[in-house]
Design a binder for this molecule. Structure first.
Ligand SMILES: NC(=O)c1ccc[n+]([C@@H]2O[C@H](COP(=O)([O-])OP(=O)(O)OC[C@H]3O[C@@H](n4cnc5c(N)ncnc54)[C@H](O)[C@@H]3O)[C@@H](O)[C@H]2O)c1
Length: 245
C-alpha cells in the first residue's frame, strides 16, 4: 500500500480517543500497520473497526500489562519500528488540594506510561534500520499552569525523558516530543460546556484565535514518524496556534 508510512509497524497509545485516535487513523491511511493501545476496550473496538487495525487493551501505567501488550503487538504486526505515546490524563486541582494519590495517577499514566511502553518496545525498535518514538507532552511543559502543577511536571519530565532518550538511542532510533496547546478533544470538552472557559482562554492565549483539532496534531506526528523528518531528533515542537504568553 502506498503512503508515507507504508511498511511501518507502529504502536499508538491512547488510540481510543482524541489525538491518539486521530494519529492512529491518519497513520493507517498512510499505510502503517497500527497497534491501537488503550484501557478503554469499548471505544478501542470502535476505532479498530473503523481503521481495520489491531486493538490491544492495556494500562500503560502497569508494567506487566505493558509488557504483555507490546509482545502481543509485535506478534500481531510482525515487527515494531515506531511508537507514539499519546495516552494521558489531566487532573486540575489547586496545589494544596493535590493528593499523593492524584500525583501517583498523573505520574503513572503521563510519565511512567511512555517510559514503560518505549522500553518494552526497544528490542523490536532496535531491529529496524530506522525507528521513531514520538511523545505527546504539552504546552504545560514549557509554560507550567497554575492548577496543573503535577500535570505540568509530568509533561516537563516527558520532554526531558524524550531528549535524553534521543541522545542515547541514536542513530537507529529518533525520539521527539510534541507540545500541544489547547486541542478540542474529550479531555478538554468541559472548557466548551456551559460556563466553561474555552472561548475566553482561546481569545486570551492563542494568536490564531481558535483551539487546535486532533487531526492537526496527527499531521505533526506523521511528519516526525515519517522519513521526511530524517534529521529531526531530540526535538521539542510546540503546536499551540501561537502562544500569547
Ligand atoms: N487536549 C488538549 O488540549 C491537550 C493539550 C496538551 C497535551 N495533551 C496531551 O495529549 C495526549 C492526548 O490527549 P487527548 O486530549 O487526546 O485526551 P483524551 O482524553 O481524548 O484521550 C486520552 C486517551 O488515553 C487513554 N488512557 C488514559 N489513561 C490510560 C492508561 N492508564 N492506559 C491506557 N490508556 C489510557 C484514555 O482512555 C483515552 O482514550 C495526552 O497525553 C494529553 O495529556 C492534551
Amino acid at each position: 500500500m502506498a503512503g508515507r508510512l507504508a511498511g511501518r509497524h507502529i504502536i499508538v497509545t491512547g488510540a481510543a480517543s482524541g489525538m491518539g485516535r486521530a494519529i492512529a487513523t491518519l497513520f493507517a491511511a498512510e499505510g502503517a500497520k497500527v497497534a491501537l493501545f488503550d484501557r478503554d476496550a469499548k471505544r478501542l473496538e470502535e476505532v479498530a473497526r473503523e481503521t481495520g487495525q489491531t486493538a490491544i487493551e492495556v494500562n500503560v501505567a502497569d508494567e506487566a500489562s505493558v509488557n504483555a501488550a507490546v509482545r502481543q503487538a509485535a506478534d500481531a504486526l510482525g515487527a515494531l519500528d515506531g511508537v507514539v505515546n499519546a495516552a494521558g490524563i489531566l487532573r486540575e486541582q489547586p496545589f494544596d488540594l493535590t493528593t499523593a494519590a492524584i500525583y501517583d495517577d498523573l505520574m503513572g499514566v503521563n510519565l511512567r506510561g511512555p517510559f514503560l511502553v518505549s522500553q518494552a518496545a526497544l528490542p523490536e525498535l532496535r531491529k529496524a534500520p530506522s525507528a521513531t518514538i514520538v511523545n505527546i507532552a504539552s504546552n504545560a511543559a514549557l509554560n507550567p499552569h497554575p492548577g496543573l502543577a503535577v500535570y505540568s511536571a509530568t509533561k516537563a519530565g516527558l520532554v526531558a525523558l524524550s531528549q535524553a532518550m534521543a541522545k542515547e538511542l541514536g542513530p537507529g532510533i529518533r525520539v521527539n516530543a510534541v507540545c500541544p496547546g489547547i486541542i478540542r478533544t474529550p479531555m478538554t470538552a468541559n472548557m466548551w460546556e456551559q460556563g466553561g472557559i474555552g472561548e475566553q482562554a482561546v481569545e486570551a492565549t492563542i494568536a490564531l484565535k481558535r483551539p487546535g483539532q486532533p487531526e492537526e496534531i496527527a499531521e505533526v506526528c506523521l511528519f516526525l514518524t515519517a522519513e521526511q523528518s530524517s534529521f529531526v531528533s531530540a526535538g521539542v515542537l510546540a503546536v499551540n496556534g501561537g502562544a500569547l504568553y
